[in-house]
Write a protein that binds this ligand. Structure first.
Ligand SMILES: Cc1cc2nc3c(=O)[nH]c(=O)nc-3n(C[C@H](O)[C@H](O)[C@H](O)COP(=O)(O)OP(=O)(O)OC[C@H]3O[C@@H](n4cnc5c(N)ncnc54)[C@H](O)[C@@H]3O)c2cc1C
Length: 388
């Protein structure tokens, strides 16, 4: 089998891998990217809600934008509703398939060679890495693992396993009405997580993305959520509307680098632990990986000691966010329905709403979590759950 020589082999054609590949190719390196699915962007496992400012921040193509989101209805286990609106648009709904495909169009334009194959082995050789992908064999100076929740390669390279996984189920279905976003909490809706309905204003008709991320049987909770929404939203539930199922990582790997290897995006567990949202952190980690790799390639030093700078960089940018969000996630998974109802009461009556307005931000949750822990009645509920 002939060996393909390259500078960087990127494993995985999701946002993290495609953005890494494009930035490295633009910096003048030979980049090959291997994606196991024939069609990049499919199948879709994503609500597709993204902070609007991510497009400017990462210079992303805007053709995947579908609609803006301004208002969310949070629904308590008791059925009580807290409505939250932002004065300006912070979040948008994207067509996730088109989003990935547009990133995939940019990659070859920058010089990335895209190939379809599944990477099955990554081994260190003398002064390079030997990567096997179907009937392709690569001899590469470094490997970027951007393979999402499929963590077999990380484990085989001694980088550990993804931790704190929740299960998810989601489908996009035609609906007769357009409503605001709904997020439902509680053991019936989504134990340890939340269930959602997100309006999608496509050109032909309205749709809704219905889904759940939870500790238990995601398919059963998906069906329950669908049943709860069906009449109100006028959802067309055809016999075959099975949801897509996927595990979500919610905590980073202990180590995201090794000799000649960096791990980015979901593959590194770099997602928001509160919500599982990971597109923004994937793009951020891609950028930081490139900032570590470009000088390391120039110095021809791709040792773990040199590449450790990547982990320091993402910790500097995201570490404190991830730490605080993990605290809230761990407490949230212990909240009883009564605790959640109590927090909803506080949001309606006891000054929690101004605190949310003052501190909430789509990608940064630390300030809100710190403020919540300083709010005496909310702190009492959270501490009781944490130490129960
Ligand atoms: C139900 C659900 C809803 C979500 N909603 C949101 C949301 O609204 N907003 C948000 O920001 N995030 C959301 N996320 C998270 C978001 O989808 C991920 O964080 C994001 O896709 C991570 O990008 P990535 O490139 O790291 O990984 P992925 O997008 O998972 O891409 C990894 C790619 O690697 C490929 N691959 C895997 N193994 C191999 C191999 N051995 N060889 C070759 N290719 C391989 C896979 O086929 C895949 O294409 C959601 C996730 C789920 C499950």
């Amino acid at each position: 089998m002939p060996r393909i020589q390259t500078d960087i082999l990127v494993v995985g054609g999701g946002p993290a891998g495609l953005h890494t590949g494009t930035l490295l190719a633009r910096a003048g390196h030979h980049v090959d990217l291997v994606e196991e699915h024939r069609e990049i962007g499919a199948p879709v496992h994503c609500i597709g809600v993204l902070a609007g400012d991510a497009f400017d921040q990462f210079d992303l193509p805007v053709g995947s934008l579908i609609n803006e989101l301004r208002t969310v209805h949070f629904v308590a286990p008791s059925g009580a509703i807290v409505k939250y609106s932002t004065p300006t648009t912070e979040a948008v709904v994207i067509d996730r398939r088109r989003f990935d495909r547009q990133l995939a169009d940019e990659a070859p334009a920058a010089g990335v060679r895209l190939r379809t194959a599944r990477v099955t082995a990554v081994n260190e050789r003398d002064r390079s890495m030997d990567v096997l992908a179907g009937d392709l064999r690569f001899d590469t100076r470094a490997v970027v693992l951007a393979c999402g929740t499929n963590d077999g390669l990380q484990q085989r390279l001694g980088l550990g396993m993804l931790r704190l996984l929740l299960r998810s189920a989601q489908a996009e279905l035609p609906a007769d009405t357009q409503q605001d976003v709904e997020v439902h909490f509680g053991s019936a809706a989504a134990p340890g997580g939340f269930a959602w309905a997100v309006p999608v204003h496509r050109a032909d008709r309205p749709y809704v993305r219905v889904g759940v991320m939870c500790d238990g049987d995601a398919s059963a909770h998906f069906r329950r959520m669908l049943h709860a929404l069906r009449d109100r939203w006028g959802i067309h539930v055809e016999a075959g509307c099975a949801p897509r199922l996927k595990a979500l990582p919610l905590a980073p790997l202990g180590r995201t680098y090794a000799d000649r290897v960096l791990v980015v995006g979901d593959a590194a567990g770099l997602v928001k632990p509160t919500t599982g949202g990971g597109i923004y952190y994937s793009l951020m980690s891609a950028r930081l990986a490139v900032e570590a790799l470009v000088p390391a390639l120039a110095a021809d030093d791709l040792s773990a000691t040199r590449l450790a700078i990547y982990q320091s960089a993402w910790r500097r940018h995201l570490g404190s966010e991830i730490r605080w969000q993990l605290i809230l996630r761990r407490v949230a998974q212990r909240l009883s329905d009564r605790d959640i109802d109590r927090l909803f009461d506080l949001a309606s009556t006891d000054g929690l709403m101004p605190l949310i307005r003052r501190t909430a931000s789509f990608n940064r949750h630390r300030d809100f979590i710190v403020a919540l822990l300083k709010h005496p009645p909310a702190r009492r509920v959270l501490f009781r759950a944490a130490f129960a």
